[in-house]
Design a protein around this ligand. Structure first.
Ligand SMILES: *Cc1c(COP(=O)(O)O)cnc(C)c1O
Length: 501
C-alpha cells in the first residue's frame, strides 16, 4: 500500500522526548504528608519494568494527524451510501441537537426517578409511539441493537412457552434469505434453528414450511419486506399455520422503513418484533454503533419484557408522572438502565418532527427511489427477481459475464467515483449479490448520477475490463491483495514493523 499517501500511524510520527505540553518548573518542591510519611506505593513486582511505548508527539502533529484522518472518513453526510439492508438515510441535524440537550447529556444513570421525569417521559412517549407504529401492546427500549432485540424477543418467546409448562418447544424456523443475526440470536437464546426455503420469486415457500410445523416449534422469524426487498404476501397464511402449531411469530423490523405508518406487523399476525431505531428512526450508525433495538409484544406477553420498565403513574397531588418498575415475571435485565438514551432521543425527535403525515411519506418515497434505480439499471445488471420491490433490491452481478467481472470488482470501482459500496454477497441466495438501498432522502439528481456511473462501470467491464478488475485507483489504499490480507493480517504496529524489516 502507498503509506506515504495514506498518512502515517501516530507511532511513526513519534520522536523521543517530543511533548504536547511543558509545564513551568516546580518551585515548591516535593510535598510530604503529615508526619513525613509517603503515601503507600505500589509493590515493585507489580510495576512496569519498561516505560509504556506511547507515541511522543507535539500538539500540532497530533492535531494534523487526527484531522487528516477524519477527512478520510466516509458517511452519509459526505456522499451517497447505498448500503443495502442498512438504511443509511440522511439524519436530520435537529435530532442531534435534541439528543445533545444539556438536560439529557448530564444525567446520571442512577439518578432517582423524581429527578429525571423528563427523561422518563421521553422514554415512555417513544414506547407508546412505537407501539402505535408496530401495532403492538407494549415496547421495551432497553436492547442496544437489532441483534440484541432479536435475542430479547426470542427470550420472550421462550419465557412464554416455559410459563405454560410447554418446555419441549425449542425449534425456531428461519428463512434461508434471513439476515445472519437471526440464526445467531436464536442459537444464543438456546433455540435450534430450522431453515425454510424460498421460492424462485424470493418469498418463503409455504409448502416447505408446512412439514416443519409440529409441537416442538417455538416460533418463526421473518423479515418483511424480506432481505430481497420483496413483500411477503403470504404472511397471513404463514402466521395462521405457525399459530395453529402453537408457535409465535417474530418480526425482524430492520426493514420497517418502507412500511412506516402504512402497514403494521401487529396487524399481520406477528406476536413479537424489534425495530432498529438507528436504521429507520435516524441515528448515524455503522462501524458497530451506536444502536437501539426496542422490542414490542402483543397483548398478553407484556409481563415477560425485561426490567426495568417505565410506567405512567398518578402522583398524590393528582398530576401525572413516571416511575421505573420491576416486573416479577420479567425475563430479567438485558442492559444497563434503560438502553441507549441518545438514540431514543433522536428517534422521538425524528417521529415528532415528521409527524404522522411525514412518516407516511417515508415508505412510498424509499420504494419509489429503489424501483427507479432498479429499472434504470436492469439492462446492464442481472435482476434475478423481476417485479416491484420495496425499499431495496438485489442484482446478481453484471448481466454480461463474459469478462468475469465480479460484484466485488464493481463495488471497488464505485469507490473511485466517491460512493460507498453497496452491500455485496448478501443475501446468500445468489452468487454475485449486489444489494442497493437508496433510501427516501436522496434526490433524483443524486440517483441519476449514480445510475450513470453504474452504466459507465458496466461499459468499462466490456471495453476495458482491467480498469474495473484493478479498482480502486484513486483511494488512499488502492487494490490490496485480499488473500494475503486474510492469510497474513497485519493488525498491530509491531507486526507492521516486522513485515517492513
Ligand atoms: C441490520 C439488520 C439486522 C441486525 O441489526 P443490528 O442493529 O445491526 O444488530 C437484523 N436483520 C436485518 C434484516 C438487518 O438488516
Amino acid at each position: 500500500m502507498n503509506r506515504e499517501l495514506y498518512g502515517k500511524l501516530v507511532f511513526e510520527l513519534s520522536r523521543p522526548g517530543r511533548r504536547g505540553y511543558r509545564l513551568p518548573d516546580n518551585h515548591i518542591g516535593e510535598v510530604h504528608t503529615e508526619g513525613g510519611q509517603q503515601p503507600p506505593v505500589i509493590a515493585d513486582a507489580l510495576l512496569r519494568q519498561q516505560p509504556l511505548r506511547l507515541p511522543q508527539c507535539d500538539e500540532l502533529t497530533v492535531v494534523r494527524h487526527y484531522n487528516n484522518m477524519s477527512t478520510n472518513n466516509f458517511g452519509v453526510d459526505t456522499g451517497f451510501y447505498p448500503l443495502g439492508s442498512c438504511t443509511m438515510k440522511y439524519n436530520p441535524k435537529i435530532n442531534e441537537e435534541m439528543a445533545s440537550h444539556e438536560a439529557f447529556v448530564n444525567v446520571h444513570p442512577a439518578a432517582p426517578d423524581n429527578a429525571v421525569q423528563g427523561n422518563l417521559e421521553l422514554y415512555y412517549t417513544l414506547q407508546r409511539s412505537l407501539s402505535e407504529i408496530g401495532g403492538m401492546a407494549e415496547f421495551t427500549l432497553n436492547p442496544f441493537a437489532g441483534a440484541h432485540g432479536e435475542l430479547t424477543g426470542l427470550m420472550v418467546i421462550r419465557a412464554y412457552h416455559d410459563a405454560r409448562g410447554d418446555k419441549a418447544r425449542r425449534k425456531i424456523i428461519v428463512p434461508d434469505s434471513a439476515h445472519g443475526t437471526n440464526p445467531a440470536s436464536a442459537a444464543v437464546a438456546g433455540l435450534e434453528v430450522v431453515e425454510v426455503k424460498s421460492r424462485p420469486d424470493g418469498t418463503v415457500d409455504v409448502d416447505d414450511l408446512r412439514p416443519l410445523l409440529d409441537e416442538t416449534v417455538a416460533g418463526m422469524m421473518m423479515t418483511n419486506p424480506n432481505t430481497l426487498g420483496i413483500f411477503e404476501k403470504d404472511i397471513p397464511e404463514i402466521a395462521r399455520l405457525v399459530h395453529e402449531a402453537g408457535g409465535l411469530m417474530y418480526y425482524d423490523g430492520a426493514n420497517l422503513n418502507p412500511m412506516l405508518g402504512i402497514a403494521r406487523p401487529g396487524d399481520m399476525g406477528f406476536d413479537v418484533m424489534h425495530i432498529n431505531l438507528h436504521k429507520t428512526f435516524s441515528t448515524p450508525h455503522g462501524g458497530g454503533g451506536p444502536g437501539s433495538g426496542p422490542v414490542g409484544v402483543r397483548a398478553g406477553l407484556e409481563k415477560f419484557l425485561p426490567n426495568p420498565r417505565v410506567v405512567k403513574i398518578e402522583n398524590a397531588d393528582g398530576t401525572m408522572g413516571y416511575r421505573l418498575e420491576m416486573g416479577a415475571d420479567a425475563l430479567g435485565s438485558i442492559s444497563a438502565t434503560l438502553g441507549n438514551f441518545a438514540v431514543q432521543a433522536r428517534a422521538l425527535s425524528y417521529i415528532m418532527s415528521l409527524g404522522s403525515e411525514g412518516l407516511m411519506d417515508v415508505g412510498p418515497l424509499a420504494t419509489l427511489n429503489a424501483n427507479y434505480v432498479k429499472e434504470c439499471l436492469k439492462d446492464d445488471y442481472l435482476l434475478p427477481v423481476e417485479g416491484v420491490c420495496k425499499h431495496e433490491f438485489v442484482f446478481d452481478g453484471l448481466r454480461d459475464k463474459s469478462e468475469h467481472i465480479t460484484t466485488l470488482n464493481v463495488a471497488k470501482r464505485l469507490l473511485d467515483h466517491g460512493y460507498h459500496a453497496p452491500t455485496i454477497y448478501f443475501p446468500l441466495l445468489f452468487h454475485e449479490s449486489l444489494m442497493i438501498e437508496p433510501t427516501e432522502t436522496e434526490s433524483k439528481e443524486t440517483l441519476d448520477e449514480f445510475i450513470a456511473v453504474m452504466h459507465d462501470i458496466a461499459r468499462e467491464a466490456r471495453e476495458t475490463p482491467d480498469v474495473v478488475r484493478n479498482a480502486p485507483h484513486n483511494t488512499p489504499i488502492t487494490h490490496p491483495d485480499d488473500t494475503a490480507a486474510a492469510l497474513n493480517p497485519v493488525v498491530t504496529f509491531d507486526a507492521l514493523e516486522q513485515t517492513e524489516e
